[in-house]
Design a protein around this ligand. Structure first.
Ligand code: ADP
Ligand code: MG
Length: 665
């Protein structure tokens, strides 16, 4: 059967547009509530283009029947054939398709979305039919103009009279074609004049080929229809034209292509998303205070994740920088009075040789350092003179920028050589970019400049190495530190950072054996720094966790607001479903709202985090802002929206259209 070709001829042979057989509807029967049968076996045929009134007293089951006719609800028993096809086989999406393409609902209470303008209300069904924005706007404006509201396009429902609101809802019913207009007490809330106008409008639509089913308790209203069906206590007790009325008008609308139900597309993803974002944005604006408070949770969460991680990372990097200047395998050895009492020991050259032989130890560097008067020409100042072995650049992981460092042989020869720190070079030789070969008077002895160290920077703590000058250890003892009998301290480098503790133990054993008592002290700088770095690391993790918890709390706030939104907007959800929204359209809308909420919160949070970070940098607190942390926190916020928005969205999508329409979700 080809439904399009030769419609007039085919019409007579076509099955009725709607055919009900033995339809029963029962409520209750669950949760201890007694089961009530509201419709007791309805048989009814309605043909295309009819203008039918279903009349009955209040409680006779009219609305129940209408919900079944409009596929908002399923019968408990009996069959419903739409254009010959049994609707029982339709799934939720196909029913949504049918509502969207075939039906247009007009309710007693208008059921307009209060936050949207007249035009936007009329556009809703077309959104779910996948119409473009331009098509929608144009068609909605045309319909509203046709229904006599050309100047009310941008009015909200509460700015319109009852009759005007009902016209808007009729325009909405016609938006996707409105083959079948289902009007439940359309005049019930209107004064008699507006009521008559609405009925006249419905009659016009019937004349234009629409099938119009009006439900009413008012016999006068019913009398305006061409066929009157009387319902009493859930059964049909009268039908002025059983099997279908003659249609006085010859006009017919093209029949619906039922096969399309199987490939019911619905709104395109992009259009849907834009629509959802627009609705969400409007909802957020209308509830500014609540939105602000919810956002605050996310904003604080995101900003604190960023700031906490930045502070933690700043602290960690400072420690790492300290470790970097000395390495992690460094021990300090010095003489010290034993705990048991008595004088401090003497660290001899033989002691140091014995320590250097230990397998866990790589380098041993004795150091003597003191502020000494150093002179060049007329420049004369107190400088820290660092006397150490030729291993100093290796131990300090430091580079010579100019010239060279002294050698072990030169140290043994007591060669009077000096290497300058970066700033010391500038102090004594401001006019010599290359001071090599110049003389420096340290104490009373002349030393020859053979090198300049690279700039060290300020990271190394209180004492700036850049200010110092460096001389060989033995030459220092022989020419400058004449009264010194042993090194101030000895820097000992373990073979690796993993062997620091072994090196400490071995060194203690050897020296205790040589001295007969523990008249020396070892400080394990590497272990201390490593421990500190580990502490900082765990502090960072902890700060991050605390911040993450606040993000979760923010997420719960989002969920709370979304659940409230779903509650407040049950009727809107019902309207959207009645006009053809599928479950997934509703779900997507609420998910989008949740995500938009958290994306906004995340964006503000990142901005705030950066601002706080910048303020801390200005306040000289060491912070390291990382793009990774920002991105991570932002994505966490969005994920929070997805996770915590899912449940409310699911709740919304699962609402029964009839229940939602009654606003009792
Ligand atoms: P009408 O629209 O003709 O006034 P309804 O179809 O709304 O009548 O209701 C018919 C009967 O079904 C009433 O007695 C009403 O109490 C009952 N009813 C309607 N909806 C429900 C429901 N969801 N649960 C239980 N009973 C219901
Ligand atoms: Mg009713």
């Amino acid at each position: 059967m080809d439904p399009v070709v030769n419609a007039a001829h085919a019409d007579a042979e076509r099955p009725p547009l709607i055919a009900l057989r033995g339809i029963r509807k029962r409520y209750g029967g669950t949760k201890g509530r007694p089961e009530v049968e509201v419709l007791h076996g309805i048989d009814l045929d309605i043909r295309q283009g009819e203008f039918v009134a279903i009349v009955g007293t209040s409680g006779s089951g009219k609305s129940t029947l209408m919900n079944l006719l409009g596929c908002l609800d399923r019968p408990s028993d009996g069959t419903y054939r739409f254009d010959g096809r049994d609707v029982a086989g339709f799934d939720a999406d196909e029913l949504a398709w049918l509502r969207r393409e075939a039906f247009g609902f007009v309710f007693q209470g208008y059921h307009l979305i209060a936050t949207e303008s007249a035009r936007e209300n009329v556009e809703v069904p077309a959104i779910y039919a996948g119409a473009t924005e331009a098509e929608r706007a144009e068609r909605a404006a045309a319909l509203l103009t046709r229904l006599g509201l050309p100047d009310k396009l941008d009015h909200r429902p509460n700015q319109l009279s009852g009759g005007q609101q009902q016209r808007v809802s009729i325009a909405r019913a016609l938006m996707n074609g409105g083959r079948i207009i289902l009007a439940d007490e359309p005049t019930g809330a209107l004064d008699s004049k507006s009521g008559a106008e609405v009925m006249a409008l419905l009659r016009e639509l019937a004349d234009a080929g629409h099938t119009v089913i009006v439900i009413t308790h008012d016999r006068e209203v019913a009398a305006q229809a061409r066929r009157v069906i009387e319902l009493r206590d859930g059964a049909i007790v009268g039908d002025s034209a059983p099997g279908g009325a003659d249609r006085s008008s010859g006009t017919t609308l093209p029949p619906l292509d039922m096969a399309a139900a199987d490939r019911a597309g619905g709104a395109s993803f992009g259009a849907d998303l834009r629509e959802a974002a627009r609705t969400a944005w409007r909802g957020m604006r209308l509830n500014r205070a609540r939105t602000g408070l919810t956002l605050l949770g996310i904003v604080i969460g995101v900003a604190s994740v960023i700031v906490m991680l930045a502070i933690g990372e700043g602290a960690r990097q400072r420690v790492v920088a300290q470790m970097g200047t000395m390495g992690t395998a460094i021990l300090y050895l010095g003489s010290s009075p034993p705990k048991s009492g008595g004088p401090a020991g003497q660290l001899t050259a033989e002691d140091l040789d014995a320590v250097a032989e230990l397998p866990a130890i790589r380098r041993v560097m004795p150091v003597i350092g003191d502020p000494i008067t150093v002179r060049h020409g007329r420049v004369d100042r107190q400088v820290y003179v660092f006397a150490a072995s030729e291993q100093m650049p290796l131990v300090h992981q430091w580079r010579v920028a100019l010239g060279r460092y002294y050698t072990d042989a030169e140290d043994r020869d007591l060669a009077p050589l000096v290497v300058l720190g970066h700033k010391a070079h500038q102090h004594f030789f401001p006019d010599h970019p290359n001071p090599l070969g110049q003389q420096l008077l340290i104490g009373n002895s002349p030393f020859e400049v053979i090198g300049v160290m690279a700039e060290r920077g300020t990271e190394s703590g209180a004492q700036s190495y850049d200010d110092m000058v460096f001389i060989p250890y033995r030459a220092g003892r022989a020419r400058v530190y004449l009264v010194q009998t042993q090194p101030d301290y000895v820097v000992v480098e373990a073979a690796s950072s993993g062997q620091v503790d072994a090196a400490e133990t071995a060194m203690k054993t050897v020296l205790t054996a040589r001295h007969g008592r523990e008249d020396f002290a070892i400080s394990n700088a590497g272990a201390r720094l490593q421990a500190e770095a580990a502490t900082r690391q765990s502090m960072t993790v902890m700060l991050g966790l605390i911040a993450a918890v606040s993000l979760v709390v923010g997420g719960i706030g989002v969920m709370n607001v979304m659940l409230m939104t779903v509650r407040e907007r049950t009727r809107e959800i019902g309207i959207r479903m009645a006009t053809g929204a599928r479950q997934r359209d509703i779900q997507r809308q609420f998910m989008t709202e949740a995500v938009l909420l958290t994306v906004t919160g995340g964006g503000v949070g990142v901005t705030l985090g950066i601002a706080i970070g910048a303020a801390l940098i200005v306040a000289q607190v060491p912070v390291v802002l990382s793009v990774g942390a920002m991105l991570g926190a932002f994505l966490c916020a969005v994920a929070t929206g997805l996770v915590f928005g899912y449940m409310p969205a699911k709740t919304a999508a699962r609402l029964d259209p009839v229940v939602a329409l009654s606003g009792e979700g």
